[in-house]
Design a protein around this ligand. Structure first.
Ligand SMILES: Nc1nc2c(c(=O)[nH]1)N[C@H]1C(S)=C(S)[C@@H](COP(=O)(O)O)O[C@H]1N2
Ligand SMILES: [Mo]
Length: 253
């Protein structure tokens, strides 16, 4: 059977349908064939995550946009999830207005780079008013400005072998995106929130904003971005610090 026919059949049947008729392992095999197994997949919950991730990737256009709001809809109060790191390293950079801070970009790229905040702020900017939802049940709408991650990735030249983009932070939090979300036009490296420099508690000097996924994918206090082909070799191999605490690597909304 040709690739297109298999794909059409998969779409019309729906992955959940496939799961119901022929068993979850068949759905997983099909998802695997299309490279749609999320890195934290394993055991019974992993199968569920595969279905969510694969179904979204197959059924939704790669360029479907998260909703953007008008300025009047910006939330008056903005919750914080974990304030700025209290480490000596972070506090020193904060005291120095992040002038010595650099964003390292390495891994499977043609031109590994290290950008200052000023350099990042001179790159083409995008401003968007989007919703951020936390898995803990609160959410808010704010305006974020920054450089599209795609611009930075194109500037360093991503290898054709690349599959994931990994984000490292001043705190132990780390996470990753597949290339679909990494190159999505609304995925930003944001340095401005509601018209002001990103406040420390909200991720200064630079944070990810990925409005098509839950808040925990938007890593704050960035230090480094690494492009990889095999996410299993990074950290505990689950694509993010969160799966170890029971949250899935893919948190699409
Ligand atoms: N480095 C880092 N990034 C992080 C977190 C964190 O603790 N450390 N918390 C995440 C979670 S769970 C959420 S919901 C959002 C919250 O962003 P906010 O504090 O701007 O509301 O940031 C995410 N990014
Ligand atoms: Mo969160």
């Amino acid at each position: 059977m040709s690739e297109t026919l298999t794909r059409r059949k998969l779409i019309t049947t729906g992955l959940a349908g496939v799961a119901g008729v022929t068993g979850l392992s068949a759905a997983e095999r099909i998802a695997n064939r299309y490279g749609l197994i999320p890195p934290d997949c394993g055991g019974i919950w992993g199968v569920g995550d595969t279905l969510t991730y694969a179904a979204q990737r197959i059924l939704m256009s790669h360029h479907s946009m998260a909703r953007e709001f008008s300025p009047s809809e910006i939330s008056k109060s903005i919750p914080i999830n974990s304030g700025a790191p209290q480490t000596e390293d972070y506090q020193r950079h904060l005291a120095g207005n992040f002038e010595d801070w650099r964003l390292k970009v390495d891994g499977l790229v043609a031109r590994p780079a290290s950008f200052s905040l000023a350099e990042i702020q001179r790159m083409p900017a995008r401003t968007q008013i989007t919703h951020q939802g936390c898995e803990q049940g609160w959410s808010f709408i704010a305006q974020w400005s920054g450089v599209p991650l795609s611009y930075v990735l194109n500037r360093v030249g991503v290898s054709t072998r690349a599959k994931y983009v990994v984000f490292w932070s001043f705190d132990p939090r780390w996470d990753s995106l597949d290339l679909t979300d990494a190159f999505h036009p609304q995925t930003l490296l944001a340095y401005n929130m509601n018209g002001k420099d990103l406040p420390p508690d909200y991720g200064a000097p630079l944070r990810v904003r990925v409005p098509r996924q839950l808040g925990y994918k938007s890593v704050k206090y960035l230090t480094r971005i690494t492009v990889v082909d095999d996410i299993k070799k990074v950290g505990d191999g689950k694509g993010s610090a969160l799966p170890a605490h029971g949250f899935s690597w893919y948190a699409g909304i």
